[in-house]
Design a protein around this ligand. Structure first.
Ligand code: DGP
Length: 117
């Protein structure tokens, strides 16, 4: 069954798409956690970070150069931003189609909600 993100990439579900090329699609998160919250998604489905193949290295690098360019375009590159990839249950992954979160536009605070105790 197609993931939500495959349906967005295929144009079957609406999304605020900010960038698209033959390898990746980027669109605004439906529940933004910051003024800029964009998801950068490979067009081919890779379920989790565990499923990245050795032959996906160029694709994964491309996700990050697109994130860099979108940060510049959003005007958040100089002040800074955060890139997040969640993996599986402990990582808090909700949609099982690999994606990079690009978050910025305000100070984002500590990396995690609470320190290890
Ligand atoms: P993650 O927990 O890393 O799997 O994040 C999934 C993100 O996807 C979450 O921040 C909310 C977002 N999201 C879920 N469904 C949709 C949708 O239908 N459209 C858009 N634009 N974002 C979605």
């Amino acid at each position: 069954m197609d993931t939500l993100f495959q349906r967005i990439i295929a144009g079957e579900l609406p999304a605020d798409i900010v960038y698209r090329d033959k390898l990746v699609t980027a669109f605004r998160d439906i529940r933004p956690r910051a003024p800029t919250h964009i998801l950068i998604v490979p067009n081919k489905r890779i379920a989790t970070a565990n499923d990245i193949g050795d032959d996906d290295e160029a694709l994964i690098g491309h996700l990050f150069t697109v994130a860099r360019d979108l940060a510049k375009r959003e005007g958040i590159a100089e002040e800074g931003y955060r890139l997040i990839i969640n993996c599986n249950t402990h990582g808090g992954q909700e949609v099982y189609h690999l994606h990079v979160h690009l978050l910025g536009g305000r100070p984002l605070g500590p990396m995690l909600a609470s320190p290890i105790s």
